[in-house]
Design a protein around this ligand. Sequence first.
Ligand SMILES: Cc1cc2nc3c(=O)[nH]c(=O)nc-3n(C[C@H](O)[C@H](O)[C@H](O)COP(=O)(O)OP(=O)(O)OC[C@H]3O[C@@H](n4cnc5c(N)ncnc54)[C@H](O)[C@@H]3O)c2cc1C
Length: 332
Amino acid sequence: MTISQASANVCTFSELNTNKQKTSVSEEDKEICLPGTDYVIKSQVSLAAYTSYRVGGPAQFCVVPREIEALQASVKYAKTHGLPVTVMGAGSNLLVSDSGLSGLVIVTRHLRHSQFDSQTGLLTVAAGEPIPGLAWDIAERGWQGFEWAVGIPGTVGGAVVMNAGAHNSCMADFLVSVQVLSSDGTLETLNREQLGYSYRTSRLQGSDRIVTQATLQLQPGADPAQVIATTKEHKQHRLSTQPYHLPSCGSVFRNPKPYAAGWLIEQTGLKGYQIGKAQVAQRHANFIVNSGGASACDIFNLIRHIQEQVQDRWSIWLEPEVKMIGEFQPVS
Ligand SMILES: Cc1cc2nc3c(=O)[nH]c(=O)nc-3n(C[C@H](O)[C@H](O)[C@H](O)COP(=O)(O)OP(=O)(O)OC[C@H]3O[C@@H](n4cnc5c(N)ncnc54)[C@H](O)[C@@H]3O)c2cc1C
């Protein structure tokens, strides 16, 4: 959509709010052009299409920027209008409530670019780059260090924030620095030490900083055929041990060391257990799959049920790895 086309639909945020109170149907077609860009913020956008669970209600407002300028304009717009911001990458670690999210959802998956310095092995990639594609790309160049990541269906931004990991490696092992956008619109570079990394966490979780790009250190001197073979093996291992064919968010719970969450759930007899259309996967008990038409509420209730059953049996309260956002009503 061009600026002039979008302008035909422009209205102020307060007008939109008023319209919402009158009728949510009339809000559906509203689009707001971001000042200085040809991007539009849309209202009442279903988030189910943006999550790997394929569940979630509408975002009050949503924007999918392709350039950093559009991202900056989105953040500025939210600040000016007092809108809370939620950032989503590929939505592969999110459970969004059925009632949706108020404020502005910024989806970063279309922020794409990468630059590789073959002298130093430093790779700088935008937040929206998909991790699996990146892993294949690096392997095909014959550089080592990212084979473990091939089965993680997230973006670079989400992986940096979550400290995503597999096969005894994680983002923090290869990360040199990240560029972040603060809510005041400034860009800043943070090095790994400033990010407070540990198992599946970083200081970026719960902060209002948006990752715009990351710089990773890759290792030279590998046999390209071997790197590709290892990447393929990791992918194959995933496909044979995890239910990749059904919508999920990967592992639902953090592993309460020394135990594996999946083992505890399986030993509690919950494999295959179902609430609505949400089911504990037969192939891997730490996965909850959407077996077709599940609601976020089904998944949330199943998470609670698992936590209670495992607590009763093992006196261990499983902590979710999945980020639950929006309103959920626990069943008592
Ligand atoms: C089949 C499957 C297998 C999986 N296997 C693994 C695995 O082996 N290991 C693993 O660690 N995870 C795994 N996951 C979970 C998930 O893929 C990772 O956590 C991934 O890093 C999330 O990235 P994302 O872009 O989807 O982030 P989202 O799910 O979109 O977001 C996750 C969190 O990061 C924040 N965020 C996202 N992008 C940005 C940004 N640019 N700036 C600031 N904040 C941001 C969000 O606000 C949210 O808090 C799996 C998921 C699936 C569906």
